[in-house]
Design a binder for this molecule. Structure first.
Ligand SMILES: Cc1cc2nc3c(=O)[nH]c(=O)nc-3n(C[C@H](O)[C@H](O)[C@H](O)COP(=O)(O)OP(=O)(O)OC[C@H]3O[C@@H](n4cnc5c(N)ncnc54)[C@H](O)[C@@H]3O)c2cc1C
Length: 380
């Protein structure tokens, strides 16, 4: 039997590592990704201010797997009917597959937005944002971040911290179409994030949907905003290999009997019928459930039986965490923390994830960077 894991992000790495440990040796495991590393995307915004962090958050794939075959190639399409993954360098047939390709940036056809903005999904994007912003630290100017979800909030916080660190006349404006930042999250979390952003110098504008952009002005529902650099974190769409769609899946996370879709690539609802937020946290948890399903399938396949009912995913989030420059906001159950406790929690969650995938050195370096950023550890 051959199981193919398409994509080595949070979902793909968690799933493939679990299967490696639990499946018999004669099940062939193939992991396909176009990059040779697993990107710790939830720390990507940090690279804008701390370019050295790029090495810490890009974990080489060959250090993560023991027996899975890693194939570095671009997936062009997935034909679930034929059970074939079509790659730039050939085809891979599968008995079971998990599509863990994440999401891409959506521009919703807004005139000029794709042309004039920089997204933030890859290391190269963080480098490009830094390159665009550095000259403004001397000359002054305004950076606009469009979209105040988890990534937009953290990018705006990072840019404001960079300006403060350099004592630069840089304005950072965060635009959100709806009436609050982090609009998909609980109210006490949204309120704390707004306070943290405002106190750290970010100009937060809600009900400010972006309508169109020229080379120097963004037209919004809140009026025109002149800008010098524009970062777009306003939405996601499905990966190219899925024709830019995020297929809807139920709590068994299956596209069909042989193909699962896990993480941001799918629009999932959990077993209570709740929409699952696109997040690293959900991707990891979904992957654990799909690993259980696949282990059950392999066991019954070997016993010659009908496949068992797949496991069902319930998204009981323990809370949410975002950094806002040198600060952070953590929602743990009904409580919301800010300040050093929240930042320490964020560092430990990130490091805990890295350790769980065996990247212990990266975990140590991440804690050092995160706590060093806030002056909580002495670097000398
Ligand atoms: C700046 C930023 C901050 C964030 N902060 C948080 C946070 O604080 N908390 C949180 O929970 N979430 C956060 N997120 C969201 C989180 O990073 C995503 O939800 C998460 O990465 C989704 O995991 P995934 O495994 O579905 O996809 P990804 O992690 O995106 O992995 C997809 C993988 O598929 C590969 N791939 C894609 N297309 C192809 C192809 N055609 N061929 C081959 N390989 C391909 C990619 O190279 C990648 O390795 C943040 C995101 C950003 C950008």
């Amino acid at each position: 039997m051959r199981i193919v894991v398409c994509g080595a992000g949070y979902a793909g790495v968690t799933l493939a590592r679990s299967l490696e440990r639990r499946l018999p040796e004669d099940v062939e495991l193939v992991v396909v990704d176009e990059r040779p590393y697993h990107l710790i995307q939830h720390e990507l915004h940090r690279v804008i201010r701390r370019p050295g962090l790029a090495d810490v958050i890009a974990v080489p794939l060959d250090s993560l797997f023991e027996r899975a075959t890693v194939r570095e190639t671009r997936i062009e399409a997935i034909d679930a009917d034929e059970r074939v993954v079509r790659c730039a360098d050939g085809e891979i047939r599968y008995d079971y597959a998990a599509i863990c390709l994440g999401a891409e940036t959506a521009y919703y056809g807004l005139p000029g937005v794709e042309e004039h903005s920089i997204p933030l999904k890859r290391l190269e994007h963080a480098t490009e944002i830094r390159k665009r912003v550095l000259p403004l630290l001397d000359s002054g100017g305004r950076v606009v971040v469009g979209g105040a979800g988890l990534s937009g909030v953290q990018v705006a916080g990072e840019l404001a911290a960079l300006a403060r660190e350099e004592d630069a006349p840089l304005e950072v404006t965060l635009l959100e179409r709806l009436d609050s930042v982090a609009p998909n999250f609980p109210e006490n979390f949204r309120t704390a994030v707004t306070q943290e952003l405002t106190e750290r110098g970010v100009d937060v504008r809600t009900r400010a949907a972006v309508r169109r952009t020229t080379a120097d002005v963004i037209e919004t529902d809140d009026g025109p905003i002149p800008y010098d650099a524009f970062v777009w974190t306003g939405g996601i769409r499905g990966p190219g290999a899925l024709c830019e769609r995020r297929p809807p899946v139920r709590s068994d996370l299956r596209l069909d009997a042989r193909t699962f879709v896990v993480g941001d690539a799918a629009k999932a609802v959990d077993r209570d019928g709740e929409a699952v937020p696109a997040s690293a946290q959900a991707a990891i948890r979904e992957a654990r459930v799909v690993a259980d399903s696949l282990v059950g399938i392999v066991e019954s396949w070997d016993a010659g039986g009908f496949g068992p009912r797949p496991e069902r995913f319930g998204f009981d989030s323990p809370g949410w965490l975002v950094s806002v420059g040198d600060g952070a906001v953590a929602q743990v159950g009904p409580s919301v923390l800010r300040g050093r406790a929240a930042l320490a929690l964020k560092a430990s969650v990130g490091a805990g994830y890295l350790s769980s995938v065996g990247a212990v050195r990266n975990a140590v370096d991440l804690v050092d960077e995160e706590l060093g950023i806030a002056g909580l550890v002495d670097r000398d």
